[in-house]
Design a protein around this ligand. Structure first.
Ligand SMILES: [Zn+2]
Length: 253
């Protein structure tokens, strides 16, 4: 049976974590990268990643949760990342449908700097702000995190190609792709190099990534098991790359 890893989930929102983990394990989903969204859930995500060997944690401030950040949040973030060398950075980013873009940008840039300094992969949420994101990436070209992932990517083919060729981005596709009416997403998947593709639930049910891969395999006319193997290797590569960049561990967990 092929193995799968959910590259972006929110297991902290689960009402019954044990049954979510049993369900994912039964479906062949051997790992889940759990993204925090604000300082209030960092400890929960860290605890989950310590308690369950299949859970990989990320801490960060989501652009929807920038209001009310307490000064010193970034020092606390660095301190937790220092204590847990396998933790990554996420979910962070920009969202034009939410207020206060200048603060969103400064919070995002701070977290990119943290991910760069501490050599951690970063999971990026970006809605309606890819041109701005590209501008920020260009300005910080010399200080970028070792691995960057566009989570639940629904941007255009052109943006995907720029991010892939200029910044080596990975593109994580979510259950949005199962909507056959989303023609632009399907076209983007068709054009995404297989070695840049990841899959995610973006919720608290990682088992759903099996259906996401089935849809991607169909769009790309690649056999389901082959597609699953490619995506699994891509995700393991990200986890290892973060570790190699830190030069702290030879194996991940
Ligand atoms: Zn998310």
């Amino acid at each position: 049976m092929p193995k799968y890893i959910d590259s972006h989930c929110h297991l902290q929102d689960c009402t019954d974590i044990n049954s979510a983990i049993s369900r994912m394990t039964a479906a062949g989903v051997v790992g889940a990268i759990c993204n925090a969204t604000s300082p209030t859930d960092w400890d929960i995500v860290v605890d989950l990643s310590q308690k369950y060997s299949c859970v990989y944690g990320c801490i960060g401030v989501h652009p929807w949760h920038i209001a009310g950040l307490i000064p010193g949040w970034n020092d606390k973030m660095r301190e937790i990342l220092r204590r847990f060398p396998t933790l990554m950075v996420g979910e962070v980013g920009l969202d034009k449908n939410h207020p206060n873009m200048p603060t969103q940008e400064s919070v995002f840039i701070s977290q990119m700097k943290i991910a760069c300094d501490m050599a951690r992969p970063i999971f990026i949420h970006c809605v309606g702000a890819w041109e701005r994101m590209l501008h920020i990436l260009k300005l910080n070209r010399r200080n970028l995190p070792p691995v960057m992932i566009a989570h639940s990517f629904t941007g255009s083919v052109e943006i995907m190609q720029r991010l892939a060729s200029e910044y080596d981005f990975y593109f994580s596709y979510s259950p949005v792709v199962m909507d056959t009416g989303r023609v632009r997403v399907a076209e983007c998947i068709r054009m995404t190099p297989p070695n840049r593709i990841l899959v995610e639930s973006d919720n608290s049910n990682p088992a759903v990534v099996v259906d996401v891969i089935r849809r991607i395999a169909e769009i790309k006319s690649i056999a389901m098991n082959d597609m699953a193997d490619i995506v699994y290797k891509n995700t393991i590569g990200i986890l290892e790359n973060g570790q190699t960049a830190q030069n702290a561990f030879t194996v991940w967990k």
